[in-house]
Design a binder for this molecule. Structure first.
Ligand code: MN
Length: 248
């Protein structure tokens, strides 16, 4: 078997056929290729494909024969070791970050994965500074219905600190990426934006992970987003105001 090679393939499209990415993914998968297809800002598509050279030739030829593809150009790329052929830039679900005053103050970071919210308690909260690694303790899954919860409970309370949708990234399909302990994703929140990684550092029932902002155009080195933007994206109140207001 010949050595794997990688190529970037750029396609200009006729029209904006929404099923084109799915079509490309199935063609690539049938050829045994791994990588991704992404919609570009100019409306074209960029494909990263890796696998056997003959399969790469086959994909390029197949793309040139597609009615929706106007121009196809190729360049050699580095093999990145993908284990799937993914459609990038598509929301995988929602995320929410709830600031929670319980026995201890923390932020609950939750990602929708297979119809539940996978959850991590982050004592210091997320950071937009790529140099900052934040401890994230894996906690029990929550229901999607809990994403809308904001209010007081007992002597504590919860605000919806940020929310939006997110993309699953990385070379490994989800949820296997989480099972293996390294998950890369892109957040589209009001405060948190761009790429993040969760890296597991310890196994067990309440596994410890690190939440790290990836270096991209959304990174804010030296910033402190939890201090700069303390307000709820739902109501505008801070957690302190929520707790004080309810006792007034
Ligand atoms: Mn909590």
């Amino acid at each position: 078997m010949s050595e794997a090679e990688a190529r970037r393939i750029f396609i200009e499209r006729n029209g904006s056929d929404g099923s084109l990415r799915e079509d490309i993914r199935s063609r690539a998968s049938r050829l045994g290729l791994r990588g991704w297809v992404r919609l570009m800002d100019d409306g074209g598509l960029c494909i990263h494909a890796e696998g056997r050279p003959r399969a790469l030739d086959g994909l390029a030829e197949s793309l040139r024969s597609m009615a929706a593809a106007r121009a196809v150009t190729e360049e050699v790329a580095h093999v990145e070791g993908h284990e799937q052929f993914a459609i990038r830039g598509m929301p995988a679900g929602v995320f929410v970050v709830q600031e929670h005053q319980a026995t201890a103050h923390h932020f609950d970071v939750r990602l929708e994965v297979e119809e539940v919210m996978r959850s991590w308690a982050v004592p210091k909260g997320p950071s937009m500074d790529p140099a900052v690694k934040r401890l994230a303790v894996e906690v029990e899954d929550h229901s999607l219905a809990h994403n809308d919860y904001e209010g007081r409970d007992g002597r504590g309370g919860v605000i919806i600190w940020d929310r939006g949708d997110y993309e699953q990234g990385g070379r490994v399909p989800w949820p296997e990426a989480l099972e293996r302990g390294h998950a890369v994703f892109v957040l589209h929140g009001q405060k948190l934006r761009g790429g993040f990684a969760l890296q597991r550092t310890g196994a067990g029932d309440k596994a410890q992970w690190l939440l790290i902002k990836r270096r991209d155009e959304f990174a804010l080195p030296g910033s402190d987003v939890t201090a700069d933007r303390p307000e709820s994206v739902h109501s505008g109140v801070t957690l302190g105001e929520l707790l004080a207001g309810a006792s007034a």
